[in-house]
Design a protein around this ligand. Structure first.
Ligand SMILES: [Zn+2]
Length: 323
Protein backbone atom coordinates (compact mmCIF):
# COMPACT_ATOMS: atom_id res chain seq x y z
CA UNK A 1 0.00 0.00 0.00
CA UNK A 2 1.20 3.46 -0.85
CA UNK A 3 2.14 5.36 2.25
CA UNK A 4 0.61 8.81 2.62
CA UNK A 5 3.12 11.68 2.49
CA UNK A 6 2.84 14.81 4.55
CA UNK A 7 1.40 17.61 2.47
CA UNK A 8 3.39 20.41 4.04
CA UNK A 9 4.02 23.86 2.63
CA UNK A 10 5.69 26.98 4.01
CA UNK A 11 3.14 29.81 3.87
CA UNK A 12 5.31 32.55 5.32
CA UNK A 13 8.37 32.77 7.57
CA UNK A 14 8.12 30.14 10.33
CA UNK A 15 4.54 29.12 9.48
CA UNK A 16 3.72 25.91 7.61
CA UNK A 17 0.45 24.52 6.28
CA UNK A 18 -0.50 20.85 6.56
CA UNK A 19 -3.61 19.95 4.56
CA UNK A 20 -5.48 16.97 6.00
CA UNK A 21 -8.03 15.33 3.67
CA UNK A 22 -11.57 15.01 5.05
CA UNK A 23 -14.89 13.99 3.50
CA UNK A 24 -17.39 16.71 2.45
CA UNK A 25 -15.20 19.82 2.95
CA UNK A 26 -12.35 18.06 1.09
CA UNK A 27 -9.57 19.19 3.43
CA UNK A 28 -8.83 21.00 6.66
CA UNK A 29 -5.91 23.39 7.07
CA UNK A 30 -3.67 22.78 10.05
CA UNK A 31 -0.80 25.17 10.72
CA UNK A 32 2.62 24.63 12.25
CA UNK A 33 4.22 27.66 13.92
CA UNK A 34 7.93 27.26 14.52
CA UNK A 35 8.99 27.81 18.12
CA UNK A 36 12.20 27.45 20.14
CA UNK A 37 11.34 23.98 21.45
CA UNK A 38 9.18 22.67 18.62
CA UNK A 39 6.11 23.64 16.63
CA UNK A 40 2.74 24.88 17.83
CA UNK A 41 0.07 23.05 15.85
CA UNK A 42 -3.16 24.93 15.14
CA UNK A 43 -6.03 22.47 14.59
CA UNK A 44 -5.55 18.80 13.85
CA UNK A 45 -8.03 17.43 11.28
CA UNK A 46 -10.71 14.78 11.42
CA UNK A 47 -9.55 11.53 13.01
CA UNK A 48 -9.10 9.07 10.11
CA UNK A 49 -6.59 6.37 9.11
CA UNK A 50 -5.28 8.62 6.35
CA UNK A 51 -4.74 11.41 8.87
CA UNK A 52 -2.83 9.08 11.20
CA UNK A 53 -0.48 8.28 8.30
CA UNK A 54 0.14 11.95 7.61
CA UNK A 55 0.84 12.91 11.22
CA UNK A 56 3.00 9.82 11.87
CA UNK A 57 5.08 10.60 8.75
CA UNK A 58 5.47 14.20 9.78
CA UNK A 59 6.63 13.33 13.28
CA UNK A 60 8.97 10.65 11.89
CA UNK A 61 10.51 13.22 9.56
CA UNK A 62 11.60 15.29 12.57
CA UNK A 63 8.77 17.72 13.29
CA UNK A 64 8.43 18.02 17.04
CA UNK A 65 4.99 19.24 18.10
CA UNK A 66 5.32 21.34 21.25
CA UNK A 67 1.63 22.05 21.80
CA UNK A 68 -1.76 22.11 20.07
CA UNK A 69 -4.03 25.15 20.00
CA UNK A 70 -7.59 24.72 18.70
CA UNK A 71 -9.76 27.33 16.99
CA UNK A 72 -13.01 25.56 17.92
CA UNK A 73 -14.39 22.22 19.03
CA UNK A 74 -15.72 20.84 15.70
CA UNK A 75 -14.49 17.32 14.97
CA UNK A 76 -12.69 18.26 11.75
CA UNK A 77 -10.43 20.53 13.86
CA UNK A 78 -10.21 18.80 17.23
CA UNK A 79 -10.15 15.23 15.80
CA UNK A 80 -6.51 14.35 16.52
CA UNK A 81 -6.09 16.33 19.77
CA UNK A 82 -6.71 13.32 22.00
CA UNK A 83 -4.43 11.16 19.82
CA UNK A 84 -1.56 13.68 20.02
CA UNK A 85 -2.05 14.05 23.76
CA UNK A 86 -2.18 10.30 24.49
CA UNK A 87 0.31 9.00 21.96
CA UNK A 88 2.82 11.83 21.71
CA UNK A 89 2.26 13.62 25.06
CA UNK A 90 1.49 16.92 23.37
CA UNK A 91 -0.43 19.39 25.58
CA UNK A 92 -3.72 20.65 24.14
CA UNK A 93 -5.05 24.19 24.50
CA UNK A 94 -8.69 25.09 23.78
CA UNK A 95 -10.93 27.93 24.93
CA UNK A 96 -12.95 27.53 28.12
CA UNK A 97 -16.05 27.83 25.93
CA UNK A 98 -14.76 25.05 23.67
CA UNK A 99 -14.22 22.85 26.72
CA UNK A 100 -17.82 23.52 27.77
CA UNK A 101 -19.05 22.47 24.31
CA UNK A 102 -16.90 19.31 24.52
CA UNK A 103 -18.50 18.49 27.87
CA UNK A 104 -21.97 18.99 26.41
CA UNK A 105 -21.18 16.57 23.57
CA UNK A 106 -19.70 14.02 25.95
CA UNK A 107 -23.08 13.73 27.62
CA UNK A 108 -24.34 12.12 24.41
CA UNK A 109 -27.45 14.27 24.19
CA UNK A 110 -26.57 16.19 21.02
CA UNK A 111 -28.20 13.86 18.49
CA UNK A 112 -31.51 13.83 20.36
CA UNK A 113 -31.39 17.58 20.72
CA UNK A 114 -30.72 18.21 17.02
CA UNK A 115 -33.44 15.70 16.02
CA UNK A 116 -35.90 17.61 18.21
CA UNK A 117 -34.78 20.91 16.71
CA UNK A 118 -35.25 19.65 13.15
CA UNK A 119 -38.59 18.16 14.12
CA UNK A 120 -39.77 21.46 15.58
CA UNK A 121 -38.77 23.16 12.32
CA UNK A 122 -40.50 20.57 10.17
CA UNK A 123 -37.20 19.51 8.60
CA UNK A 124 -36.24 16.12 9.96
CA UNK A 125 -36.91 14.51 6.58
CA UNK A 126 -33.96 16.47 5.13
CA UNK A 127 -31.47 15.24 7.70
CA UNK A 128 -30.97 11.69 6.41
CA UNK A 129 -27.50 10.97 7.85
CA UNK A 130 -28.60 11.38 11.41
CA UNK A 131 -31.85 9.48 10.88
CA UNK A 132 -30.05 6.62 9.15
CA UNK A 133 -27.11 6.38 11.49
CA UNK A 134 -27.31 8.47 14.65
CA UNK A 135 -24.86 6.14 16.41
CA UNK A 136 -22.00 6.81 13.93
CA UNK A 137 -22.13 10.56 14.49
CA UNK A 138 -22.38 10.15 18.24
CA UNK A 139 -19.44 7.69 18.31
CA UNK A 140 -17.14 9.95 16.33
CA UNK A 141 -17.90 12.78 18.73
CA UNK A 142 -17.40 10.57 21.75
CA UNK A 143 -13.86 9.74 20.59
CA UNK A 144 -12.97 13.32 19.71
CA UNK A 145 -14.16 14.80 23.00
CA UNK A 146 -13.00 12.14 25.43
CA UNK A 147 -9.93 13.91 26.84
CA UNK A 148 -9.05 16.70 29.25
CA UNK A 149 -7.40 19.81 27.74
CA UNK A 150 -4.17 20.98 29.41
CA UNK A 151 -4.94 24.70 29.25
CA UNK A 152 -8.03 26.84 28.71
CA UNK A 153 -8.10 30.15 26.85
CA UNK A 154 -10.23 33.22 27.43
CA UNK A 155 -11.06 36.11 25.13
CA UNK A 156 -8.58 39.01 24.88
CA UNK A 157 -5.54 37.32 26.25
CA UNK A 158 -2.18 36.57 24.65
CA UNK A 159 -0.83 33.16 23.71
CA UNK A 160 2.47 32.06 22.19
CA UNK A 161 2.07 30.41 18.79
CA UNK A 162 5.57 29.25 17.96
CA UNK A 163 7.79 32.08 19.15
CA UNK A 164 5.32 34.91 18.60
CA UNK A 165 2.52 36.36 20.69
CA UNK A 166 -1.02 36.22 19.39
CA UNK A 167 -4.10 37.92 20.80
CA UNK A 168 -7.11 35.64 21.33
CA UNK A 169 -10.17 37.08 19.56
CA UNK A 170 -13.53 35.45 20.33
CA UNK A 171 -15.44 35.17 17.03
CA UNK A 172 -18.65 33.19 17.73
CA UNK A 173 -21.10 32.36 14.92
CA UNK A 174 -19.89 29.29 13.05
CA UNK A 175 -19.66 27.80 16.53
CA UNK A 176 -20.25 29.51 19.88
CA UNK A 177 -16.67 28.81 21.00
CA UNK A 178 -14.88 29.96 17.84
CA UNK A 179 -11.59 31.83 18.38
CA UNK A 180 -9.29 33.64 15.98
CA UNK A 181 -5.67 34.55 16.86
CA UNK A 182 -3.98 37.80 15.84
CA UNK A 183 -0.35 38.85 15.71
CA UNK A 184 -0.03 42.64 15.85
CA UNK A 185 3.53 42.87 14.48
CA UNK A 186 3.11 40.69 11.40
CA UNK A 187 -0.63 41.43 10.95
CA UNK A 188 -1.37 37.72 10.67
CA UNK A 189 -4.71 36.34 11.76
CA UNK A 190 -5.53 32.68 12.26
CA UNK A 191 -9.17 32.94 11.21
CA UNK A 192 -10.34 29.29 11.46
CA UNK A 193 -13.82 28.74 10.03
CA UNK A 194 -14.94 32.31 10.72
CA UNK A 195 -14.20 33.52 7.18
CA UNK A 196 -13.21 31.43 4.16
CA UNK A 197 -12.39 32.40 0.60
CA UNK A 198 -14.58 29.87 -1.18
CA UNK A 199 -17.76 29.70 0.85
CA UNK A 200 -19.88 31.29 3.51
CA UNK A 201 -19.41 29.21 6.67
CA UNK A 202 -22.54 27.53 7.93
CA UNK A 203 -23.77 29.22 11.10
CA UNK A 204 -24.86 26.63 13.59
CA UNK A 205 -27.17 26.16 16.51
CA UNK A 206 -25.22 23.78 18.72
CA UNK A 207 -27.11 23.56 22.00
CA UNK A 208 -30.12 25.00 23.84
CA UNK A 209 -27.90 27.83 25.12
CA UNK A 210 -27.29 29.06 21.55
CA UNK A 211 -29.81 31.85 21.27
CA UNK A 212 -29.11 33.77 18.08
CA UNK A 213 -25.95 32.55 16.31
CA UNK A 214 -26.41 34.70 13.19
CA UNK A 215 -26.55 37.84 15.34
CA UNK A 216 -23.32 36.70 17.06
CA UNK A 217 -21.78 36.00 13.65
CA UNK A 218 -22.56 39.46 12.27
CA UNK A 219 -21.04 40.98 15.43
CA UNK A 220 -17.94 38.81 14.98
CA UNK A 221 -17.57 39.95 11.35
CA UNK A 222 -17.65 43.58 12.55
CA UNK A 223 -15.07 42.78 15.22
CA UNK A 224 -12.62 41.47 12.61
CA UNK A 225 -12.84 44.72 10.62
CA UNK A 226 -11.04 46.47 13.49
CA UNK A 227 -7.87 44.48 12.78
CA UNK A 228 -5.44 45.35 10.05
CA UNK A 229 -4.79 42.01 8.33
CA UNK A 230 -2.16 41.16 5.75
CA UNK A 231 -2.45 37.40 5.95
CA UNK A 232 -5.45 35.37 7.14
CA UNK A 233 -5.06 31.64 7.75
CA UNK A 234 -8.43 29.89 7.36
CA UNK A 235 -9.49 26.41 8.48
CA UNK A 236 -10.38 25.36 4.92
CA UNK A 237 -9.53 26.65 1.45
CA UNK A 238 -7.00 29.26 0.37
CA UNK A 239 -5.11 31.80 2.45
CA UNK A 240 -6.39 35.37 2.17
CA UNK A 241 -4.53 38.69 2.07
CA UNK A 242 -7.46 40.81 3.18
CA UNK A 243 -10.92 40.04 4.46
CA UNK A 244 -13.12 43.05 3.84
CA UNK A 245 -14.31 41.94 0.38
CA UNK A 246 -15.16 38.49 1.69
CA UNK A 247 -16.96 39.92 4.74
CA UNK A 248 -19.13 42.02 2.41
CA UNK A 249 -19.88 39.03 0.19
CA UNK A 250 -20.83 36.79 3.11
CA UNK A 251 -23.11 39.46 4.60
CA UNK A 252 -24.88 40.13 1.32
CA UNK A 253 -25.38 36.38 0.85
CA UNK A 254 -27.23 36.17 4.18
CA UNK A 255 -29.16 39.33 3.29
CA UNK A 256 -30.27 37.83 -0.02
CA UNK A 257 -31.48 34.63 1.64
CA UNK A 258 -33.31 36.62 4.34
CA UNK A 259 -35.11 38.64 1.68
CA UNK A 260 -36.18 35.33 0.12
CA UNK A 261 -37.57 34.23 3.50
CA UNK A 262 -39.54 37.47 3.83
CA UNK A 263 -40.75 37.11 0.24
CA UNK A 264 -41.85 33.55 0.87
CA UNK A 265 -44.00 34.64 3.83
CA UNK A 266 -45.86 37.45 1.99
CA UNK A 267 -49.15 35.60 1.69
CA UNK A 268 -49.01 32.70 4.10
CA UNK A 269 -47.28 31.39 7.20
CA UNK A 270 -44.73 28.62 6.83
CA UNK A 271 -42.30 26.41 8.69
CA UNK A 272 -38.52 26.68 8.18
CA UNK A 273 -38.69 23.28 6.45
CA UNK A 274 -41.21 24.51 3.89
CA UNK A 275 -39.21 27.67 3.26
CA UNK A 276 -35.93 25.78 2.85
CA UNK A 277 -37.45 23.59 0.17
CA UNK A 278 -38.91 26.60 -1.60
CA UNK A 279 -35.83 28.81 -1.37
CA UNK A 280 -33.24 26.21 -2.31
CA UNK A 281 -35.60 24.77 -4.95
CA UNK A 282 -34.57 21.20 -4.32
CA UNK A 283 -36.40 17.98 -3.66
CA UNK A 284 -36.42 16.74 -0.10
CA UNK A 285 -34.02 13.88 -0.83
CA UNK A 286 -31.07 16.12 -1.75
CA UNK A 287 -31.55 18.87 0.78
CA UNK A 288 -29.01 18.42 3.53
CA UNK A 289 -28.29 19.67 6.98
CA UNK A 290 -26.70 23.02 6.02
CA UNK A 291 -29.54 24.71 4.06
CA UNK A 292 -32.05 23.75 6.73
CA UNK A 293 -29.82 24.98 9.56
CA UNK A 294 -29.15 28.18 7.60
CA UNK A 295 -32.88 28.85 7.17
CA UNK A 296 -33.53 28.17 10.87
CA UNK A 297 -30.81 30.56 12.09
CA UNK A 298 -31.98 33.26 9.63
CA UNK A 299 -35.58 32.91 10.85
CA UNK A 300 -34.39 33.24 14.46
CA UNK A 301 -32.39 36.34 13.52
CA UNK A 302 -35.29 37.90 11.61
CA UNK A 303 -37.61 37.28 14.55
CA UNK A 304 -35.07 38.87 16.94
CA UNK A 305 -35.02 42.08 14.90
CA UNK A 306 -38.81 42.22 14.74
CA UNK A 307 -39.32 41.17 11.12
CA UNK A 308 -40.94 37.80 11.81
CA UNK A 309 -43.15 36.29 14.44
CA UNK A 310 -43.36 32.59 15.24
CA UNK A 311 -45.49 30.27 17.29
CA UNK A 312 -45.64 26.55 17.88
CA UNK A 313 -48.71 24.94 16.30
CA UNK A 314 -49.10 21.16 16.69
CA UNK A 315 -45.46 20.93 17.81
CA UNK A 316 -44.22 22.69 14.67
CA UNK A 317 -42.80 26.21 14.69
CA UNK A 318 -44.63 28.35 12.16
CA UNK A 319 -43.33 31.74 10.95
CA UNK A 320 -45.25 34.71 9.65
CA UNK A 321 -44.35 38.33 8.92
CA UNK A 322 -44.53 40.52 12.03
CA UNK A 323 -47.43 42.99 12.10
ZN1 LIG B 1 -14.07 23.18 9.84
Amino acid sequence: MKKSRPIIKEVTKDIYLVSIPIPLMKQVNCYLFRGEKGFTLIDTGLFTQEGIGIWEDLIASGFKIEKIVLTHFHIDHIGFAKWFQEKHHVPVVISRLGYEEMNQRRKGVYTDWVINLFQEHDSLRFYQTVIENPIALEEQMMYAYEFEPDELLEDNQYIMLGKELYETVWTPGHSPDHFSFYNHERKIMVIGDHIMDHLSPVILLESPSDVNPLMSYFDSLEKIKEYSIQLALPGHGKLMESLNKQIKKIKSGHQYRMEQIIGSLQNEEKTAGQMTQEIYRKTSSVLGYSPVMSTIIRCIYLESIGKLHSECINEKRVYRLAD
